[in-house]
Design a binder for this molecule. Structure first.
Ligand code: GLU
Length: 407
């Protein structure tokens, strides 16, 4: 009956001894908006799509979270992803609540102009419920800086110049330096913290990464720059393997040229489905959710899993990992780098001031380090998993803010 995120939430709430009524209060989204989007396609036909924005919780500040464009997106999935954002912003101690949304379209089958028309129509439908102090969207799966620019300009048509209504914008249009690579870099910091706690050297580990989009590609680059050996990587079309470590700069160059991993000369092709079973030290899911299930969890051979994607592990798989002693750094901690730098972008927009890239990197490192330490210390002192510890930290912060503001 419950989503995976609800299951994890309830498990942590039980550890905390929170009563059923308060659980229900914190679990349910505060607002669900669903809109029909009708646009003229390039062919002259009408395209109809459904857009969503779910605001899960605003106890700690304006709602924050991405917009994803994906044909399988529906209301339940937005609710689950919105709740993850509430817990993520709380774990990272950002002054935000959580939201998520998007459109059930497939941008790979649409022209740029069609995506623009759909985006602008969506904003014209939801502009009254978003805003710099209300709800601030950002990129997520299949959305990017260009789409954020359209959101900003469309919103500004209704409300006046408002760069802080959305984050992840192009640098030329009030975006923050370092936002695009932020999730991948944040995951790198999480891996470094994990290695340090376990007495391991990041550079001496082997890595397998599922996904070569905005998160996976930057993560691969940052790991490679720090001496880590990325031995397997995949994207929607192909997967590659090289025991001695892939030459990531050459791979990035190949990808920029061909828009595909396939045909890269410095590696063996492998089956995309097999990637998660690669023998490696650290496995990073960096694509869509529900990767690890009860059918496949026992076949995973990595010692550590760092969740760069949102919701990649089902509760049954989580239990298998727990039992087998596989350390899992949960999504709401591991991939918080994106929303942390979104927060930096929002503050810069509000102050109409731009930070240097080094400032962003330094502060991102500090935020990730602090969040990791808090979760790790709680997990080890209470003998609970990092996921449960992260939820306990987040629920505690959201719960306190709710009580202090007077329900
Ligand atoms: N979509 C990203 C996430 O899931 C970033 C959200 C944001 O920056 O608001 O964390």
């Amino acid at each position: 009956m419950f989503s995976d995120a609800s299951y994890y939430f309830r498990r942590a709430a039980q550890v905390m001894g929170i009563g059923e009524r308060v659980q229900r209060l914190l679990e349910k989204p505060q607002r669900i908006v669903k809109v029909e989007i009708v646009v003229e396609l390039d062919s002259g036909d009408l395209g109809t799509y459904t857009g969503y924005r779910v605001q899960h919780n605003r106890a700690r500040g304006p709602c924050k979270g991405g917009l994803r464009y994906h044909p399988t997106l529906d209301e339940d999935h937005c609710c689950e992803l919105a709740s993850l954002m509430t817990w993520k912003t709380a774990v990272a101690d950002l002054p935000f609540g959580g939201a998520k949304g998007g459109i059930d379209c497939d941008p790979t089958k649409l022209s740029l102009r069609e995506v623009e028309r759909i985006t602008r129509k969506f904003v014209s439908e939801i502009h009254e419920i978003i805003g710099p102090t209300v709800d601030i969207p950002a990129p997520d799966v299949n959305t990017n800086a260009q789409i954020m620019a359209w959101i900003m300009t469309e919103y500004s048509r209704f409300h006046g110049f408002s760069p802080a209504v959305v984050t992840g914008k192009p640098i030329e249009l009030h975006g923050a330096l370092g936002r695009e690579e932020a999730t991948g870099l944040g995951v790198t910091f999480a891996i470094r913290e994990l290695c340090a706690r376990k007495g391991l050297d990041l550079a001496a580990q082997t890595y397998a990464i599922q996904g070569f989009g905005n998160v996976g590609s930057h993560l691969a680059r940052h790991l490679h720059e720090r001496g880590g050996k990325v031995i397997a990587i995949s994207d929607v079309g192909a997967a590659l393997h090289n025991r001695d470590g892939l030459d990531i700069p050459a791979l990035l160059e190949h990808f920029a040229r061909t828009r595909s991993l396939a045909g890269f000369p410095g590696a063996e092709p492998m089956s995309r489905d097999e990637l998660i079973f690669t023998e490696c030290d650290v496995l990073v899911p960096a694509a869509l959710g529900e990767v690890f299930t009860k059918e496949n969890a026992h076949l995973v051979r990595a010692k550590m899993i760092v969740e760069a994607a949102n919701a990649p592990t089902t509760p049954e798989a989580d239990e298998v990992f727990d039992r087998r002693g596989v350390v899992v750094v949960p999504d709401i901690l591991a991939n918080a780098g994106g929303v942390i730098v979104s927060y930096f972008e929002w503050t810069q927009n509000i102050q109409q001031f731009r930070w240097e890239l080094e400032d962003t990197h330094k502060r991102l490192e500090r935020y990730m380090g602090k969040a990791f330490r808090t979760v790790w210390d709680l997990a080890t002192s209470r003998g609970i998993s990092m996921r449960t510890a992260a939820y306990v930290v987040a629920i505690g912060r959201v719960g306190k803010a709710t009580v202090l503001s007077g329900v």
